[in-house]
Design a protein around this ligand. Structure first.
Ligand code: KIV
Ligand code: ZN
Length: 400
């Protein structure tokens, strides 16, 4: 069903809103803080990537956070192609007003309110009754709507909240004027089947839910962030909250590049669209790694150094014949120049010959056999065989 949203107008059923929280949830992880100019560089690159909502920070958290939300609102927030700029706020007057103040200059802005809804969080952390949580939800959304047409409300620890209470509080949030409702798996506890149950419960039982955007925000404590996000989409979520390289609290958030490429690669199962220019994905990943000083692991999907590298002989032979044998997406589609055939002890004759050709050598079969045997001996001793090693090896062959 189409939705008429204050920031996006009429949205058809297929469209997924990409909400990036690299600069807020991502930055909250130990060692990942960024200074103002680094945040602006990231915000510009995220805009060029095509994110729909950019959570610039948590305005009340510190004077520095306030300044960076404000600076992003005043710079990126003025561009013709600006995403919606968001600031997080707890469900209280001071937080909401601070977020509104920081966002004032943004052409498109969102106040994002969060309050916990699980029994554990309400009792131990907030020391509020469920009715008081509903009251704070309503009061803070009502106030936020005086400063922004676009207000998101998040039920922190939604996946461990009582399903009946979740329905009550979501209904109250919609009535108070929230235009996006987010049901986070704050502690990364849920399994994909839990997500389907939680979203279906809300979709089937809450009046007014058809007029708002349901959002999903998943942490990776059990490595389920992306799987849970995709399960939520299948059950009705239309906004996904993500970070570049999956950075975020503890084990991180669901990674933007993985979700976007899963949707693009598996259109048969997830027929949804978004505005991300996927050829920018590697650039964003590398920019963030340079700024924070944390590289992604080599086997990280999409952007890891090995994501399109092949060493095994059988695989290299297949890729040389047709890359689709072992690649489900092209390296170029996410910003790599090409795939790479890494020469090591698992490599085969086909990749070895291909490498020689690339290096400008055409040698006869006997010489090739000999050079290949010597290459295998070398590869047993070295983890990776570099181009210079091959040149030395073949030059020796030619001299013999
Ligand atoms: O994980 C979480 O619950 C959050 C909220 C603020 C959305 O980051
Ligand atoms: Zn989070």
């Amino acid at each position: 069903m189409s939705i008429n949203h204050p920031s996006f107008g009429m949205l058809d059923d297929r469209r997924i809103i990409i909400f990036d929280t690299t600069l807020r949830d991502g930055e909250q992880s130990p060692g990942f803080s960024m200074n103002l100019s680094e945040k602006i560089r990231m915000a510009e690159a995220l805009t060029e990537l095509g994110v729909d909502v950019l959570e610039a920070g948590f305005a009340i958290a510190s004077p520095g956070d306030f300044e960076s939300v404000k600076a992003i609102a005043e710079s990126v927030g003025q561009r013709a192609d600006t995403p919606v700029i968001a600031s997080l706020a707890r469900a209280g007057q001071m937080d909401v007003l601070r977020a509104a103040e920081a966002l004032k200059a943004a052409k498109r802005r969102r106040i994002h309110i969060v309050i916990a809804t699980s029994d554990l969080h309400m009792k131990v952390k907030l020391r509020l009754t469920p009715d008081e949580v509903i009251q704070q939800t309503v009061d803070s959304i009502t106030l936020a709507r005086q400063h922004a047409d676009d207000v998101e409300w998040s039920a922190e620890d939604a996946t461990r909240s009582d399903p009946d209470f979740l329905c009550r509080v979501v209904e109250a949030a919609i009535r108070a004027g929230a235009t996006t409702i987010n049901l986070p798996d704050t502690v990364g506890y849920a399994l994909p089947a839990d997500m389907e149950r939680m979203y279906s419960n809300i979709v089937n039982r809450v009046p007014g839910v058809e007029k708002i955007i349901l959002s999903t925000h998943n942490h990776n404590d059990l490595g389920m962030g992306v799987a849970n996000t995709l399960a939520a989409i299948q059950a009705g979520a239309r906004q996904v909250e993500t970070t570049i390289n999956g950075i975020g609290e503890r084990a991180g958030n669901a990674s933007l590049e993985e979700i976007v490429m899963a949707i693009r690669t598996r259109q048969d199962a997830i027929p949804r669209s978004n505005n991300i220019k996927t050829t920018h994905l590697l650039r964003l990943s590398k920019l963030l790694a340079t700024i924070t000083g944390f590289d992604v692991q080599p086997n990280k999907a999409i952007v890891g150094r090995n994501a399109f590298a092949h060493e095994a002989g059988i695989h290299q032979d297949g890729v040389l014949k047709d890359a689709a044998t072992y690649e489900i997406m092209t390296p170029e589609s996410v910003g790599w120049k090409t795939n790479s055939l890494v020469l090591g002890k698992h490599s085969g004759r086909a990749a070895f010959r291909d490498k020689l050709n690339t290096l400008g050598y055409t040698i006869g079969d006997n010489q090739l056999n000999d050079a290949f045997r010597r290459f295998k001996e070398l590869a047993d001793r070295k983890k990776v065989v570099f181009d210079d090693d091959i040149v030395a090896l073949v030059d020796d062959e030619v001299m013999l």
